[in-house]
Design a protein. Sequence first.
Lengths: 294, 86
Amino acid sequence: MGLSEFLQSPELLRFARTARPGAFREKLVARAHEWFSGHPEEREALRSNCRTLGLSDAPAALDILQHHLALHYYEKLLPLCGTPAAYHEYMQSHVDAEEAVSGIRRHLTKDKAVLLVGSHFGAVELIVPVLAMHRIPVTPVLRFRSDEFSRAAHDRAAQMAASGLFSSVNFIEIGKPDTPAALAMSAVLRRREVLLTMVDEKTEYSTPVSLLGRRVWGGAGIDRLLKFTPAPTTVQTVFMVRDGEKYRLESHEVSADAAMVQRIFSMIEQMVLMHPEQWYFLHEEIPFVIDEPH
Amino acid sequence: MNSAEIKDSIHELITEIAEDADVEQEKITDDAHFIKDMGLDSMALLEVLATMEKKFGVTIPETEFPNITTINKCAATVEKYLAQKK
């Protein structure tokens, strides 16, 4: 059983439904630490990724990384705690997104679409609800592990929209047979809305880019998406940075030219160097292009 | 441009895209489904859409995207929006 499944056990999910966020966070972090102590190979994988990328693999650094991995799941399951109103209140008091939201809104009012490019960094799970809370018409592109998770996410989004405190969110699910995801993504941009997609997973359309002195597959085809989408589009990176128990949404505009994907990865690199503990991709299989440093 | 010319032009476009995707020539027929029969992916469909719009000078609305599935349906869609331009 992987960490994700372990932390989404029926018992923990039941607890989430009745707990206050603080209590849930404490319990989930404790369970994650319990899981890590029973899976030394996972710590070894983290150590190996850190060493390969020139990041600290000291025991204290790995402890912090494991803690932040637990926080990732806390943020993912947080909407289950209490009502949409309680979640809304939590987001309002914990997330500073004003500047990023204003920037996005400014482009939308100029009749431009906004392509938000994210990575496996920080509190990525909070980006969509925060934008929905600010009435930004956002469509995330994602892949659910199972139909069950897909249904649960749709139900949750519908409940949040029904509360009147969040705008409705449509998902574009990739990896489903016969689902023309690229057409759906292009349609969002043609409507001059906001599309959020991850760029650090390898897809058939990824291109080699540099990251921390290594070559990795990146971009996930956003360059082709823009090439074939006749809509004025602003490209922005987004990072939901953890700052103690609070969060800050950072967004940076990127020129949509031939060097766009590399520029995005240079920004990801900067963020990883500033907050290595928040890059939960270190827990995954990083899509290296080649094994030797270039 | 008449119906036959539109279809020929789209056939040519699909053949080019299919060649890049290593689709066997015999799989390319007017009624073959781009995904189910030819094995193209959604990015290829987006390229088909964008290229048709550019080539024929039409804007195909989102409601027609589900018709980007076969050469025949693409041709009918293009024809419809070319007629609206007149």
